[in-house]
Design a protein around this ligand. Sequence first.
Ligand SMILES: Cc1ncc(C[n+]2csc(CCOP(=O)(O)OP(=O)(O)O)c2C)c(N)n1
Ligand SMILES: [Mg+2]
Length: 693
Amino acid sequence: MLGKVSPKDLLAVNTIRVLSAEAITKANSGHPGIVLGAAPIGYSLFLNHLNFNPNNPSFDNRDRFVLSAGHGSMLLYSLLHIFGYNVPMSDIETFRQKGSICSGHPEYGLCPGVEISTGPLGQGIANAVGMAIAENKLAAKFNRPGLEIVDHYTYALCGDGCMEEGIENEAASLAGTLKLGKLVVLYDSNNITIEGDTKNVFSENVGKRHQALGWHVQTVKDANDINAISRAIRKAKAVSDKPSLIIVKSKIGYGSPLEGNESCHGAPLSEHDVAKLRQNLNYTYPPFTIPDEVKEITAEYKKRGDKLEADWNKLFNKYEKKFPVLANEYKTWMNGYSLTSRDDDLWAYSKDDATRGYGSTVLNKLADRIPNLMGGSADLGSSNKTIIKKSGDFNALYKDGNNFHFGIREHAMGAIVNGMYVHGGIRPYCSTFFVFSDYMKGAMRMSAIMKLPVIYVMTHDSIGVGEDGCTHQPIEQLTALRATPNTDVYRPADGTETTAAWIHAIASDRPTVLVLSRQKAPMLANSSKDALRGGYVIEKEAGSTPDVILIATGTEVNLAVKAKALLKENGVDARVVSMPCTEVFERQPEEYKESVLPSSVEARVIVEAGSGLGWGKYVGLKGGYVTMDRFGESAPASVLMNEYGFTPENVEKVALNVLGKNEESVPSEEIAETTEPVTEEIKADKAKKEENV
Ligand SMILES: Cc1ncc(C[n+]2csc(CCOP(=O)(O)OP(=O)(O)O)c2C)c(N)n1
Ligand SMILES: [Mg+2]
């Protein structure tokens, strides 16, 4: 087999192997198995097919490459180094150490040539699908015969782990349906994962599965045959109406004494095993150096990259001459739109609505001025109200529209919008019921890690969902997402705040989660653009200092406003603070925060139909909670809101309790000792249960 490979190519592949294995051993951590097995796959792709410019890693029309099996990071760093990217040997030598651009798993924005952060298995494939969708959309919009300014492939390299993950099937199913012909997935099929041979856990025929999903599938019998891999990629590229899967049979840990054994998956080779690897590969060059013949590749590919980019620039100039308006539009799509003061009409609403309804209004106005705003729902578009009314659909046949249909694939949806965003040219959003954000949390976390300003429109925000019951009523989701760094969670109270939330999302440098209601949220008298500050005083106290501060979010702000009126009747002077986004509020200057929540006022109540966990920071030790710390149930929303204390009267009661003014209020020590009242009915029920045990 090896006879087919030129000595120079063999040397280059072995350089990648040894360099990577030695970096991993030096770091005393990392994953040598995949690097040793899949080195020829990556090399063949970079050498013969991938279009890139190492001197300008973000050149528009480059091919995209996603290392979905992110644990193989050292393979990517070695390839980037050899093919001319600015990945210095000093960073390879300090792989996985603080300050190195060669982090444990590839990180977007840290290392040139890393298109997207990967590591959580399977997501990279969905990211690649998102990139291929973006390419497909932009090509349809901008290309003209003979002037194909958007024309590139998207490649991903994955392992058994990615193929076992559910998200891979979600994304592959959509890719097949959309006939993404310019997507090529290379599968490093070594039949080994951490726990050993995959035969006991993964028996399906992956090729047939992908054929059934509408993919073109090929198999390369030996990963060391870089020419066969190259031929397969060439064939895959020629198939324009199907995504392609190339299954490459490889051996984990190739060339090392641990070849074929799971023990080399995630543990560095010992010094002894590295020496054996060198011996087996007949590799004699000093550690952390590149043989001269291989170094030639670096200069060659830098030159090639500059030429590719120059050729594309020439093409673009021609395009610009012939289609100046389109060319200008292309540039704006790629650089992004910003809103201006001319957008004042975004704040106008003609009627009371649910916040999802306001969301629809503002989204549609935004879509008029941001033509690359593209997104949709996981089959709930009409409920989420995320359809752009003037636009058509985007699918396998029609590319004009900006309404995207993800199908019921939440996890892939999140990863796909991440891929669409990093591709460039598209401003993506996605939507589903808030409760199902759990299904895509893995992808939302990646948006946050990479600070991608993708927009998550999550409707049906609380027990306000009503009759669908506990499975559909979010409780802990707000807390979980607020606890996610780099993520702004906006839960607006009315139309004004919904506009603020959307404007924030459009201008943001990180993901925004818009948490919107199914139930009506009347326009509030004093809501304002201050919602852009995350939290603000929506109802002022009458005197100079409030007796109590009612903090509320979303539909519960209206409740708090009503409770303030009731408190007034009791001689209590309350302030109401609307806090649509705690993260944005936290980023305000200290004086502003102090002006909204003066530290001298310790009597505070939080009103939010979600878990109270996390609000302690604002309500303090003496505060009160009107929150939802149990699962809900199936009943009309109004019944549930009453049942669980989301009424002005209960907010009033809790506030009076906090102030020690409630007639029924009891000192806290007594509360602690008070047990649940045991009624006769409960007693009988308990006795019955005990009998049954
Ligand atoms: C979502 C997710 N689950 C678990 C892991 C931990 N993990 C990292 S690699 C790996 C095994 C991957 O097997 P494979 O893709 O076949 O890689 P190989 O062992 O062949 O290198 C696991 C379970 C992960 N990174 N992501
Ligand atoms: Mg494997």
